[in-house]
Design a protein around this ligand. Structure first.
Ligand code: CU
Length: 109
């Protein structure tokens, strides 16, 4: 699939297969668990999902500069998927996920 970075900053794509029916609210909890662990310096304590068990990486692209396009082969299965970008934001150095750059999509049959 083609991936175009039409934004004002570099991005990358972490495309994961999730448990069917996973919600953006559940992903927000996972990201919060990660942030909590980074602040405390320990391992994350998973409130709900454990991403190491519940998510499976389907595609991980390299960081992509503004205005570039890539073509990434991807083998899609039907079901619920989660897309993340963790690239550090130019404004505060925090991952783009902290700025809401994640989404849940449904891939049909
Ligand atoms: Cu990004």
């Amino acid at each position: 699939m083609p991936i175009d970075n039409v934004g004002a900053q570099p991005h990358f794509l972490d495309f994961e297969k999730g448990p069917d029916g996973v919600t953006e609210e559940q992903i927000a909890v996972v990201l919060d668990d990660v942030n909590q662990s980074m602040m405390s310096g320990g391992e994350p304590e998973w409130t709900d999902l454990n991403p190491e068990e519940d998510l499976e990486i389907i595609l991980f692209t390299g960081s992509q500069s503004t205005g570039t396009s890539i073509w990434a082969p991807i083998e899609l299965e039907s079901g619920t998927h989660v897309l993340f970008c963790f690239f550090p934001d130019i404004s505060d150095g925090m991952p783009h996920t902290d700025h809401g750059m994640y989404t849940v999509i449904e891939v049909g049959e």
